[in-house]
Ligand binder design. Sequence first.
Ligand code: SAH
Length: 663
Amino acid sequence: MSDFEQLRQQMIDFQLVARGLHDQIVLNALKAVPREEFIPTDLLEFAYRDSPLPIAASQTISQPYIVALMTAALELKENDRVLEVGTGSGYAAAVLAEISDNVYTIERHKILVDTARQRLQDLGYTNVQVLHGDGTLGWPEHAPFDAIVVAAGGPEVPKSLKQQLAIGGRLVIPVGASLDTQKLVRVRRISEDVYEEENLGSVRFVPLIGAAGWEDETAEIQATVKLKPELSLSELIYQSSEHFANIYDVNLNNLMERIDDSRVVLLGEASHGTAEFHEMRARITQELIEKKGFTIVAAEADWPDAAHINNYIHGLEPDALLQSKPFSRFPTWMWANQSILEFTHWLKAHNDKVGSSDDKVGFYGLDLYSLYSSMEVVLKYLEEVDPETAEVARVRYGCLTPWAVDPSLYSLAILTKQYRECEKEVLTTLQNLLKKRIKYSLADGEKFFNAEQNAKLVANAERYYRTMYYAESNSWNQRDQHMFETLQDVLKFRGPESKVVIWAHNSHIGDASATQMSASGEINLGQLVRQKYGDKTYIIGFGTDHGTVAAASEWGGPLEIKQVEPSHIDSYERVCHEVKTDNFLLPLRQPLQKITRKKLLLERLERAIGVIYKPESELQSHYFYASLPHQFDEYIWFDETRAAEALAKETTKGIPDTFPFGV
Ligand code: SAH
């Protein structure tokens, strides 16, 4: 079945049968006519929508349901002679011609007559004749008609049409004293002089203009304006999104369908300190785990910190330790917060229920800030499995130790050329570890994997810090490249069937090639994942307008709860704020209305709040240009958000921020 045939079948099921239309002859006729052939090409995607659509001469092609309803009301038989007034696109005429042998149709706009005639001929409807003229006068040469249908609303039933009805004939017409609504009337000619009239319900049609219709064209123009108000982008978003009241009972079934069989699902956030972003990511991740067999959560967190969570959810550590050990470096609240704590408890409970270790969910960190603790892990591991190598590694890593607690000093030291670069030393340690991969991994695969990732991290972190002060975009790229490599390693480790959910900031997961970042040569994780996994990637961005956020004023500064400024007038956030609902999912890759996606493509500002938020210089510090539908496959909106609830804990000294856009 072609896509259009499928849509046509859905139209029959959901727009017609579901509304109680069971006339099989009429259903068959609508099923036989390719409605897409009667639609202007730029509106093709809406061919089977449950609504009228604009055609040339400011007219409309009727809603499928109305065509079906009127056709059914005509009680057509095969050898009936049928007259239609108001050919328009010719669609209804084709439906009539599917049922009856002789169809005559009249249209007052020449352009519509010409196109409809050609179209009907091309589609092989040889039993339809199209006339250019005033249909209120009928078509006396071919009268009497067994059925007459009028596709435009007049002030009364035209006498000439009644007179052209055969005895027993049916005339169906919208009639009303105002242009706004009409009632659908069926007139049945009982005898030469007797007509019976029935009301079939309220309808709304374009006006019938002519001798026995409305007088002048201003009526037509007025009505047209009312029928086709230009929809604002916010209104389009409203119509093209799935609205929800709260995170706990949002229905994610459609989202799961859109994600389909993706292997990598990336969940973003528009700030590092917003509770709703974490909570919604947890909801989505839980469904991905339970319904689609995802077994990996990979976060923009440091590997050794994430390893604590991983141990906890595998029952290897007594609690998530979020209050104490991991994430004790600035910015602690980014992961050590209430929402994450609850999520780790859920992961633990899930893993406890799952039998096989292959099916248990693992939690991994993709980031590379943890130079010092990674070195510790490598050394500790080597001491256990190979104490001699541990000694050698300790000497080699010694090269980095003066700076390990605050690695940013390392890059400053290199700038002043006071110290030799440590690249060779850290790489040799990594290489040695990799060489012994088989020997070590036989002993314990997961432990070796952990040590190996830490060693890679040390090597990448060394390079990262070294380049940080030379070329900012280069160090950004190295960091995202590291995240991508780590992701690949995790996927390889968990096997070819494994599927991963990534939690990271919008600026890492949204495709950088669709943003201002690309102009300065920056790439990111989302872009690399898309390049590698193609349509098996699903990227979801998050956004908000106002509320509170957990953030610092400078790197290493104390956590503050700040007010998020209402969004900038030229931003995507502002457009979303104007949507008349607070929370929604907006599919962008498979939009509910293509026109919405099209209109969103034009670049606008987008806000990124990192661990630092500077409302006083918001435009320069936090906004960048992007094309939302290219950046994300879907966008999730919370109009108002609240700050993430940080867990109280001791902190250790931090390192400089390299977040783009000066955050
Ligand atoms: N049946 C059409 C719907 C057309 S809308 C379809 O399936 O596409 C109604 C049409 O009636 C318009 O094209 C309008 O131009 C036409 N119309 C209005 N007054 C008319 C009149 N007096 N005579 C003929 N056509 C008329």
